[in-house]
Design a protein. Structure first.
Length: 221
């Protein structure tokens, strides 16, 4: 019996040591990501956005630009549309609709919206519960690691978010797994940091004949 108890205590000790090492690794990765993005003034990348759920599949692409504080611009090329914010107001414009929808950023309920805070205010351990290294899926690129967590601001809607992070502490993809089974993924490539961006790039001027509509739900799918 004594040997069994000693073996059990040894096993618990090893498990505790492994958990501690894993926690330290997560903290190190999260802190490195925070340090990288909090030092940036601007960011630009190509993106691919994929969605599957409710019997619908969608694949879109374009260019993302971010600028401190809180500015973002999603230029979709496939299909053409624009999602833009100057930090206070957000606008979604689809040329096919001849209409632009406008709302306060306080009203936004959109997975693209939290990225406007990526520069200067990143604190992964505060933004996510249960932050850990994901067992699955495997990273898409060798040398990358995938962190899993539940966003505190969307815990009622999202089961988990996966962040694939490269050796330079850059986020190369964000996958959102919703409670209803829908999955949205943003993949980033050709990342350029601290690129010159004018404030005017984040202001929307409607083209002639385009109606501006105030709304509480911006939409944009």
């Amino acid at each position: 019996m004594r040997k069994i108890l000693l073996a059990a205590f040894a096993s618990l000790f090893v498990m505790g040591q492994c958990a501690s090492a894993t926690d330290d690794a997560v903290k190190k990765i999260a802190n490195a990501v925070d340090a990288r993005y909090n030092s940036l003034k601007s960011f630009k990348a190509d993106f691919v956005e994929t969605y599957s759920g409710n019997g619908v599949s969608r694949n879109e692409s374009g260019t993302l630009a971010l600028k401190r504080p809180g500015k973002m611009r999603w230029d979709y090329t496939q299909p053409a549309k624009l999602f833009i914010s100057d930090g206070k107001t957000a606008v979604f414009y689809n040329p096919a609709e001849h209409q632009a929808r406008k709302t306060s950023v306080k009203n936004l309920d959109d997975f693209r919206s939290p990225l406007r805070y990526l520069l200067g205010k990143t604190k992964l351990e505060k933004e996510f519960d249960h932050l850990s290294i994901a067992d699955a899926p495997s990273p898409k690129a060798a040398g990358n690691v995938v962190l899993s967590g539940v966003p505190k601001s969307m815990a009622d809607r999202v089961n988990r978010v996966l962040l694939e992070i490269n050796a330079q502490s850059q986020i190369q993809s964000i996958t959102i797994e919703e409670a209803d089974g829908a999955v949205t993924e943003f993949s980033f490539s050709h990342i350029v940091e601290n690129v010159p961006l004018a404030d005017s790039d984040f202001k929307f001027t409607p083209p002639p004949g385009v109606e501006m509509v105030e709304t509480n739900e911006l939409g944009g799918d």
